[in-house]
Design a protein. Sequence first.
Length: 301
Amino acid sequence: MLEGKVALVTGAGGGIGRDFALAMAAAGAGVVVNDLGTSVKGEGADASPAFEVVQTIKSKGGSAVANTDSVADWTSANKIVQCALDSFGRVDVVVNNAGILRDRFFFNMSIEEWRAVIDVHLNGSFYVARAAAPHFKSQESGCYVHMTSTSGLVGNLGQANYSAAKLGIVGLSKSIALDMAKYHVRSNCIAPFAWSRMIGSIPTETEEQKERVAKLKSLETAKIAPLAVFLASDQAKDVTGQIFAVRANEIFLMSQNRPLRSVHRAEGWTPETVAAHAIPALRAHFYPLDRSQDVFSWDPL
């Protein structure tokens, strides 16, 4: 499905990104395997994960190159895209998958913990996407696949930085889809449910947490890849601006913000009439303070 295309996958040294790179290579794409090789918290650097994935792809007859530049810096992000151009002469697919975690309850979160996560997830997604945009525009084709999360779409404890970044990516993806539609460039999001080293950092102090993690461990990262390969292919030429979620063998199309209910008062509103009329009329449609596991409460299928 991707014969002749070139895919750039960030954070492809392990987990979901690794499976994306392997699947896209198996589908015929030349792949840039980008990974800085940091810890889950974004510390240190190690080139070996990216090179190991490249070797795996080549051993199966595929074509790939390794890249260890950081997505979290504009100049460095441009080097990732340039790597695709230097190695394969073009770029057709950008998968914004790189990420780190610095989980902390909001009231204890440091400025550095906030900035580090925003820089990798949200700024990094913008930098790499923006670096590829002129090439997509000039060739009048291209595809972006951005990784979001139900932590942002629904909610989760102790992840204000991660949740804000992941919901920001949804807005970024929709804007890209709108701005680049006339150039036949698509942009979509995937919210994955899968066991990876990032998910492995979830606390397991209570029985509820232990039970949740046990269920997550059964979710394979490879289950996410088929949707990403499809979205990168020409068969998805009319699919853009959407948010998908994948959990084991389930694929979800997620909702997007639209008005639920309105109230009107011809003479306008006062704080008192808001309290007496508007809020009571709207309250039945309020969203509960759900977390991701409250909404996806059934076992994976």
